[in-house]
Design a protein around this ligand. Sequence first.
Ligand code: PLP
Ligand code: COI
Length: 346
Amino acid sequence: MAKEKKNLDWGNLSFKYQPCDYSYVCNYKDGTWEEGGLSTEHTITLSEDAGIYQYCQEIFEGMKAYTTEDGSIVVFRPDLNAKRMADSARRMVMPPFPEDKFVDAVKQVVAGNEAWVPPFGSGATLYIRPFMIATGEVLGLGASDQYQFRIFVTPVGPYFKAGAKAVKLTVPAYDRAAPMGTGNIKAGLNYGMSLYPTLQAHEGGYSENLYLDSRSRTYVEETGGTNVLFVDKKGGLVVPVSATDSILPSITRRSLVELAQHLGIPVEERPVRFDEVVAGDFAECGCIGTAAVISHVAKIEAEGVDVTFPDCGEEGGPVLRRLRDALVGIQTCKDPDPFGWVVKIV
Ligand code: PLP
Ligand code: COI
């Protein structure tokens, strides 16, 4: 029988942390990962010289759990988060967390916090944040020899303050990721460096920054916390690809591409020049990711730039809305899942 849910105002949650009953914790020492398991402790105490504090060895993931109409609890493609986290670990000289152990840990922590998974139809979801930090001491520049892998969960509402309404983006003078840098992995350091331009964007009334490639400032890359997609005037999906491999390989993006192909929507994956966007070549634009799902973009403004997406009203344009509904339909098991993406937990 489904567990009784916590008494929260599910429809009015924002994207904010609140500790739940359990976190999953697993430590790495002497070259091996311990067994790991659930913990009711939500704070971490470390040496002041831990690698995370000195040289920023931290990587993370973002996933969601959903309550379905029949009261089951499911997660979406956890194997891909497991793999991406292992890729991030290798780049940051951290020990990859075994991928099957990752999926098992997600199952344990979601099942343990079943009462915190927002009810079907509430619009809220349980956000799952796996992360890994260097816990061993380092002084000379180098990698730590001890790590902690951890997952916390927290119930969340919409990522952007605009909720389901279309958002405005701006183009910052700052870069997000260097060629041959770490833009293609999910390392906390990428987000730390984006905080200042993000603050400036928020002060200017924008939800996010759209970053251009840092080598030539010619091509569209992504925002601070999402990939972006465009729809051309013929209704085809246009997916920006990075010539310098500095875009995070989004699981939402990969799923939407597969879904569009399944629905017969033409898909083009290619470098997208920002001057195409400025020239008004696209009918729709969206910010996409686990936290943001698909947030429709109404406008992109910057110095000398004023782009409006003609098909995107307050609620978004028809192609991205169709894709959003199809994706969320599968994620919440409202619709059949022909791809086998959804993993049942409870
Ligand atoms: N790009 C960045 C920089 C992100 O932080 C995220 C969020 O995870 C994404 C893209 C979207 O990736 P995913 O769809 O796997 O959540
Ligand atoms: C996610 O979408 O899961 C992310 O990790 C993005 C983050 C900036 C909240």
